[in-house]
Design a protein around this ligand. Sequence first.
Ligand SMILES: Cc1cc2nc3c(=O)[nH]c(=O)nc-3n(C[C@H](O)[C@H](O)[C@H](O)COP(=O)(O)OP(=O)(O)OC[C@H]3O[C@@H](n4cnc5c(N)ncnc54)[C@H](O)[C@@H]3O)c2cc1C
Length: 419
Amino acid sequence: MSDVIVVGAGLAGLCCARELADHGLDVLVLERGDAPGGRLRTDEVNGFLLDRGFQVLLTAYPEARRALDYERLGLRPFYAGALVRHHGGFARVADPLRHPLGAARNLRAGPGSLVDKLRVARLRRRLSRASLNEVLEAPQVSMAEALRLEGFSREIVDGFFRPYLGGIFLDPALETSSRLFAYVFKLFAQGEAALPAAGMQAIPRQLAESLPKGAVRLAATVEAVDRGGVTLAGGERLEAGAVVVATDGPEAARLTGAVETPAARATTCMYFSAERSPLGEPILVLDGEGRGPVNDLCVPSDVAPSYAPPGAALISATILGIPPLDDDGLEAVVLEQLRRWFGAQVDGWRRLAVYRIPFALPAQPPAVLALPQRPVRLRDGLFVCGDHRDTASIQGAMVSGRRAAAALRGSDSGPSCAL
Ligand SMILES: Cc1cc2nc3c(=O)[nH]c(=O)nc-3n(C[C@H](O)[C@H](O)[C@H](O)COP(=O)(O)OP(=O)(O)OC[C@H]3O[C@@H](n4cnc5c(N)ncnc54)[C@H](O)[C@@H]3O)c2cc1C
């Protein structure tokens, strides 16, 4: 019998387990997959590193800074800005503090007026003065409404904010809470968006390696949870003093019957190999023309060369939602769009993989984020954590794990806010 069983070895479960193990508790993590990581997994295919869906670590995430050894992750940053597809060309949007020249040169280029760009600078200044707590507790509306209230023109909303924020929250309608927009906008300004040299899975791997040997049991699907233990698929019964359900939101709802099932944000990621990068720099490209299907694209091997074997480039194209097309059909429409962007070189690209992710993020509109943090203690001996308890992000998952561990230990020294 263990002191605590944690169901799920995603970031939330791993952070929870680490916190409990650090306080001397005997923890067993049960994971149905073949490796820890949950939604942060990386496949190695012919020398390419394919993250299961494009994602980045924001180095300013407070919990990630606290819990991870960034140096060992070998983090490689993206350019602080983006290339926006606009009127048949590409316009560079740059962070004015980190790339003042790039920003100045493009004051009049790209989507939006000069006034819009001054409004972006004003917003950046205002958010940099607020604390993260203030941002997460501010009155909220949808992101679309917040942009309208800030006075942004339709041109910059559709040409920049929609693909940028829509890509982050997998939400092209911009229905997500304005708190998350402000939160992420602030964190982008404070740090970098980065990829670990060994792929995003290096993050959960590092956390898992810090647990006592044997603490994670793989290929162990929990079928039911009750007071004092769990039952695995196949019938095996495991007992514990307490159980923490650290699965995604829908599975947590099924196992506990005590948390709401969050609506899903879905995404599709298509990878190509190429002889050379169409970009030649570590920058994100956004579809400011709204023609799709690709919302954003990057070349991970331009960010971290280890993502591709020598002499090759890895291209990652993200489509929001899951189009009703098979791989060949999707590739055809994706390449048609990218041929407009990059010309005939795309004819030499080879498709490596397609990832369709029906539940990538829990939807977090204002109604869901009424409480920036949802309760982690369900009843005596039963706790829950995961990104559906906090902000839907790496940060939210990690901090929710520590919060659940603190609640379980009956400690009031755990994080009392999303930070
Ligand atoms: C494509 C994509 C892009 C993203 N982009 C970003 C980004 O750029 N930046 C960012 O901060 N965040 C991003 N995120 C979100 C981030 O990855 C997640 O918020 C975070 O990884 C969630 O961690 P978690 O521990 O809460 O849940 P999960 O990672 O879902 O972990 C839950 C674990 O529980 C296991 N499990 C489930 N049911 C059972 C069961 N019955 N028995 C045993 N085990 C079970 C699962 O296998 C899984 O390992 C993205 C996510 C995706 C998918």
